[in-house]
Design a protein around this ligand. Structure first.
Ligand code: HEC
Length: 208
């Protein structure tokens, strides 16, 4: 008769003293489960699975994305400024203003961009295609390609080089560049060329 109440009196404190331990065990179990979940994506091994891009491919793709983004921003900026502010020959051309922006980006070590001529008659000789990549890229852009790229070693690190076309987007362009007169719509008369570091700091001008 007395056994049941006696047991109860004994077992209640025992369970109470176990409660913090059980709570701790549950907490540890939850943490461990979370750890496993967090580790899972890293388990994919590029070497054993060709569908998973390697670090190099990812870095190159990131540089390409950067080039596409810069190209959109710079070109829209140049056109918006020309359209809204450049109304006669005495005004500072958007090209000149953007060359200052390009110089700042290069000096900060982000990337190197050049405004390059594709007509053979640049207003500023500094904008003539400079090296083998630019010369070849200009030929391809003039013949209708919309993106020319290569990966180049500069000072021991990889860089993505890209060239994209500039057509005569506004009739205003002809105001200063008479050689753009009569150029077919969409035809490249110039280019923006980019040097974007892939796996190290920007080497804008490697030592020869
Ligand atoms: C107000 C005059 C003016 C207008 C308008 C103008 N440009 Fe220019 N552009 C220049 C000058 C000056 C340079 C040389 C800038 C430099 O190197 O500092 C230049 C340079 C360039 C270059 C590099 C090749 C070269 O000739 O030196 C390209 C490409 C170019 N402009 C395209 C355009 C396009 C496209 C438009 C229309 C959206 C345009 N420009 C409107 C004056 C102008």
């Amino acid at each position: 008769m007395h056994a049941f109440p006696m047991n109860r009196r004994l077992s209640m404190p025992r369970i109470a003293s176990l409660t913090p331990l059980l709570a701790l065990a549950a907490l540890l179990w939850i943490c461990a489960a979370n750890d496993v979940a967090a580790d899972e994506p890293a388990a994919a091994d590029p070497a054993s699975n060709p569908a998973v891009p390697s670090d190099v491919e990812r870095d190159v793709e990131r540089a390409r994305r950067e080039a596409r983004m810069l190209d959109d921003i710079y070109k829209h900026g140049i056109v918006a400024i020309t359209d809204n502010f450049v109304n006669d020959l005495d005004m500072i051309p958007a090209g000149t203003a953007f060359k200052q922006v390009f110089a700042a980006a290069e000096q900060k070590g982000w990337h190197k961009v050049r405004l390059v001529d594709a007509t053979g008659e640049p207003l500023n000789q500094e904008n003539a295609p400079e090296d083998a990549f630019e010369k070849q890229a200009i030929k391809k852009l003039v013949s209708g390609e919309s993106w020319v790229e290569t990966i180049e070693d500069r000072g021991g690190t990889k860089h993505l080089r890209v060239a994209t076309p500039i057509p005569v987007v506004l009739t205003k362009c002809v105001m200063c560049h008479d050689n753009y007169e009569g150029v077919p719509k969409g035809q490249a008369i110039g280019a923006l060329t980019y040097i974007i570091p892939i796996d190290g700091p920007l080497v804008a001008n490697p030592k020869k």
